[in-house]
Write a protein that binds this ligand. Structure first.
Ligand SMILES: Cc1cc2nc3c(=O)[nH]c(=O)nc-3n(C[C@H](O)[C@H](O)[C@H](O)COP(=O)(O)OP(=O)(O)OC[C@H]3O[C@@H](n4cnc5c(N)ncnc54)[C@H](O)[C@@H]3O)c2cc1C
Length: 508
């Protein structure tokens, strides 16, 4: 361990979309704050660098997934992963943020000491350099929400006896060639519906094997109205107009799903039916048992999934896996799917706050026992924030409010001379706990107990509503449940007084 640890005012964990955005907001509001970004991997971009499967793309538009301060200039609104990665990295270099990133710095533990009003952060550096230690006054977790080590694959019976290849989209082999091969993709979420039309371009056939269906909506990859707006208006203004158009449209659609689920369901099914080949019925393949937005609605650009199905290059099977066999998968109905390659698009392993072990004044923090305050701080955890995006809208809409909240809080602490800020929850709010992510999806349910909780009313409720959150951020009191103090200064004063008294005693 280093003898004297380096200190920064704010330590950002993670150099993905959120970490870069957080640094921008900090530089903008608090230019005097010293900061570093610690990134566990050897590259920036997070999700958009990690996932390399064919066709990787956003499933929300880039006017809202992009930053409000950096216009999206790509042609496609539903953009390719490589373009999103370039956009994040361009942002980092344009604003000098990249100079603050330290790669291969994985944060493993963080302990808060009130008497020093600072965090001591343990970091594993690279493969050879070994551990190191930093201190910070404010810890900002922009570490995403899932494990980078491994995706989620259920224990499928017989999988070890399968003679073909099994691949998880999180670990896509660079040289995998699917040409002329039979591929089964297990899953029906965003990753599965992205992969299938892309694999179907060269594979002999791609089968989407789903246990239960998902709502799927189709939007044009290139939004002609957005391009026209960009031609007419200056870049920044056009970006804002396109962003707000998307926010209003998506919020209205989400509200329709919440208030009139039967109508929303009918509309979505009608649209899918119009795109499906005649021999593929909506029921059971595209008729989920839940209401739209009880789980994330998947988006397919230009209906590419349905085009692949109409061309006969892809098909869908709704059934349960009985067992893998040497040549494929046997289903509970008795049907056998022959396969050379099986892709397990079965989801992510969720992780809270970068998997870091936290202690506050020697007491272990169990993330599942904390509550999220205004979507960015954890109850009882001083001088720390975490970035979690929306589940029903683009991640960045929420992560940018979080980044601005942290910058505002830090600025306030400096101006008022406080060194410690902690969100404290009242007993009645803690009693009305709910899971953080209100989706019924399997991966969310599996991790519910590990994740921080939310309350049932503001400021402890995550409203999943950007317009309301922005209004509250702009007009509301950021600090309503935050207790400010300066324990380090009080302790230093007490120590100085004691020293003086001792000196006086010795002199006497
Ligand atoms: C395949 C896929 C597609 C998606 N598409 C969309 C979409 O279209 N729209 C949308 O809104 N959302 C989408 N999401 C969600 C997506 O993750 C967010 O949009 C966004 O990229 C999250 O950014 P982030 O920076 O918060 O987290 P991440 O992108 O996960 O980045 C976190 C970074 O933190 C680092 N890190 C984690 N823990 C530590 C640690 N302990 N120490 C040091 N570094 C650490 C990681 O290495 C990583 O670089 C998608 C997710 C996936 C997996």
């Amino acid at each position: 361990m280093a003898e004297t640890a380096e200190h920064v005012d704010v330590l950002i964990v993670g150099a993905g979309l959120s970490g870069i955005g957080a640094a921008y907001r900090l530089q903008e509001r608090c230019p005097d704050a010293t900061y570093a970004i610690l990134e566990g991997r050897s590259a920036s971009g997070g999700t958009w660098d990690l996932f390399r499967y064919p066709g990787i793309r956003s499933d929300s538009d880039m006017y809202t997934l992009g930053y409000p301060f950096k216009p999206w200039t790509g042609k496609k609104a539903i953009a390719d992963g490589a373009d999103i990665l370039s956009y994040i990295r361009d942002t980092a270099s344009e604003f000098g943020i990249d100079r603050h990133i330290r790669y291969q710095h994985k944060v493993v533990a963080a302990s808060w000491a009130s008497e020093e009003a600072r965090w001591t952060v343990d970091v594993v550096v690279g493969d050879d350099a070994g551990p190191t230690r930093l201190t910070t006054s404010f810890l900002f977790m922009c570490s995403g929400y899932y494990s980078y080590d491994k995706g989620h694959t259920p224990d499928f019976p017989g999988i070890d006896g399968f003679g073909g290849q099994v691949i998880h989209p999180q670990e896509w082999p660079e040289d995998l060639d699917v040409e002329g091969r039979r591929v089964v993709v297990i899953g029906s979420g965003a990753t599965a519906v992205t992969l299938i039309p892309n694999l179907a371009k060269t594979a002999e056939h791609v089968t989407m094997l789903q246990r239960s269906p998902t709502y799927i909506g189709s939007l044009p990859a290139v939004d002609p109205l957005a391009l026209a707006t960009r031609k007419l208006l200056p870049a920044r203004l056009a970006h804002h107009v396109n962003r707000w158009r998307s926010v209003v449209f998506n919020t209205a659609f989400y509200q329709l799903c919440q208030r009139r689920p039967a109508l929303a369901k009918k509309l979505m099914k009608q649209r899918v039916k119009a795109e499906l080949p005649d021999d593929v019925p909506v029921d059971p393949h595209f008729d989920p048992s839940y209401d739209p937005w009880d789980q994330r609605v998947c988006l397919v650009p230009d209906g590419d999934l349905f085009t692949a199905m109409r061309k006969g290059r892809a098909s869908v099977v709704t059934d349960h896996i009985d067992t893998f066999t040497e040549t494929g998968i046997r289903l509970t109905s008795g049907q056998e799917l022959e396969a050379d390659i099986v892709v397990t698009a079965t989801g992510l392993t969720l992780v809270a706050a970068g998997g870091i072990a936290f202690t506050v004044d020697g007491r272990e923090v169990v993330p599942g026992e904390t509550y999220v305050y205004k979507g960015f701080m954890l109850s009882g955890v001083p001088n720390a924030a975490m970035c979690v995006g929306y589940t029903n809208a683009s991640w960045t809409l929420r992560s940018d409010i979080t980044a601005q909240s942290v910058a505002r809080l830090w600025d306030l602490m400096q101006r008022r001379g406080h060194t410690m800020a902690v969100a404290e929850i009242a007993e009645e709010d803690a009693a009305a706990a709910q899971p953080l992510l209100g989706l019924t999806s399997g991966y969310v349910q599996r991790a519910a107990a590990l994740m921080p909780k939310q309350g049932s009313r503001a400021p402890w409720l995550l409203r999943q509503n950007f317009i309301l959150d922005l209004a509250t951020f702009k007009l509301g009191d950021l600090t309503e449940a935050i207790r400010f103090s300066s324990p380090d200064r009080r302790i230093r004063r007490q120590r100085a007084e004691l020293d003086r008294e001792l000196e006086q005693l010795v002199e006497a």
